[in-house]
Ligand binder design. Structure first.
Ligand SMILES: [Zn+2]
Length: 286
C-alpha cells in the first residue's frame, strides 16, 4: 500500500539499524499501514550514510545525519546499532567530518543534524567532556551552514548544552533545534523554549512514573502544544502495551495517545497538531 497521507510522525527513530535484519522492509510497511512518516537517525559517519540510503529508498522516510556524543570516544559495539561482529567489539572514536557530512547533506531527504549533543555517561573525565563540547559546536556550525535543525541528544547536561547553544549560534536560531527524548525539568524546558526549540517524547512517557523519577506529565503539561513532537527511538524503549519488546515506528501511535491524554485534548487534535509541528520544525512537505 502506498501512503497517500501521513497520519502520524515518528521524529526520531533508527529504522535502518542492523537490529531489524531482513525485517527492515516489513517494519516500514507496518508503519505505512497506519500512516506513519519518520526520520531515521544516524549516530556516526557509517550509520548516517546508511540512514540517507534508507531514506532515499522509502518515500515517507527522511534522515538525520550527525555524530552521537557517545561516539566521540571509543565505545563498545552496540549490536543493535552496528550489527554482530566477532573480531571488533570496540567502535573507534570519531571526530565530526565536515566534508563527509556536507556531501551526505546534498540528499533532499536529509532534514536534521544529529543525533548530537552532550551525554554525561561518556564524560567521566574533563578531557572527554571537552571533546564532546568541541564536536557539538562543530555540528551547531554545520547545521547553521546547511540550514537544518539540530536533533539533540542530551543526558543530564541541559544547562551546559543551552550555554553552548547560545554562545555558538546566530540568534535568534533560524531553524530551532529539536530536543530528542527530553527528560529535564520544567525550568530546563523553559530555557529551550526561549530559543524556540521543539521537544520529542517517546515510549517512556507511557510507563508508570518511577518513585523519585521524572514526572513527564507535569513537564509536558507546561510545554506549549505547538512545540511537541512524537518519536519512538526504536529499536529501544517500546511504549506500553509493547514495553519490553523491540520497538518500531508504527508504535508511535501509542505515544500520541498518551500525549493527548496528558494535554487533555482529543487524540485526533493531538495527532493533527503534531503533524503541523513536524512540518514547521523540519520543513517536510506532506
Ligand atoms: Zn536515538
Amino acid at each position: 500500500m502506498t501512503m497517500e497521507k501521513f497520519r502520524y510522525f515518528d521524529a526520531h527513530t533508527h529504522a535502518h539499524f542492523p537490529v531489524y535484519g531482513d525485517e527492515g522492509e516489513t517494519i516500514i510497511r507496518r508503519a505505512e499501514d497506519v500512516g506513519v512518516g519518520l526520520i531515521t537517525v544516524g549516530t556516526s559517519k557509517s550509520t548516517s550514510a546508511d540512514a540517507v540510503l534508507f531514506a532515499e529508498k522509502h518515500k515517507h522516510v527522511w534522515a538525520a545525519i550527525g555524530l552521537y556524543p557517545g561516539h566521540t570516544v571509543p565505545s563498545s559495539r552496540d549490536e543493535d546499532e552496528y550489527g554482530i561482529s566477532e573480531k571488533n567489539d570496540i567502535i573507534p572514536a570519531e571526530s565530526f567530518d565536515f566534508d563527509f557530512f556536507k556531501k551526505l547533506a546534498e540528499s533532499k531527504k536529509v532534514v536534521a543534524v544529529g543525533e548530537c549533543g552532550l551525554d554525561l555517561l561518556y564524560a567521566d573525565t574533563e578531557e572527554k567532556m571537552e571533546i564532546q563540547k568541541k564536536e557539538f559546536v562543530k555540528q551547531i556550525k554545520f547545521a547553521e551552514e546547511i540550514g537544518k535543525p539540530l536533533m539533540i541528544h542530551c543526558r543530564d547536561l541541559y544547562k551546559e548544552l543551552v550555554e553552548i547553544l547560545v554562545a555558538n549560534s546566530r540568534l535568534p536560531i533560524a531553524h530551532p533545534p529539536v530536543i530528542h527524548s527530553f527528560r529535564g525539568t520544567t525550568e530546563e524546558a523553559n530555557m529551550f523554549l526561549k530559543l524556540g526549540c521543539y521537544f520529542t517524547f517517546g515510549g517512556v512517557i507511557t510507563f508508570p512514573p518511577k518513585k523519585n523519577g521524572i514526572l513527564y506529565a507535569d513537564v509536558i503539561k507546561e510545554i506549549p502544544i505547538d512545540r511537541l513532537l512524537s518519536e519512538t527511538d526504536a529499536p529501544w524503549v517500546a511504549p506500553v502495551p509493547y514495553r519490553g519488546k523491540r520497538n518500531e515506528p508504527a508504535y508511535v501511535v501509542e505515544v500520541v495517545k498518551k500525549l493527548a491524554e496528558i494535554k487533555n485534548i482529543l487524540e485526533e487534535t493531538m495527532r493533527e497538531r503534531i503533524l503541523e509541528n513536524t512540518h514547521r520544525a523540519f520543513r517536510i512537505k506532506f
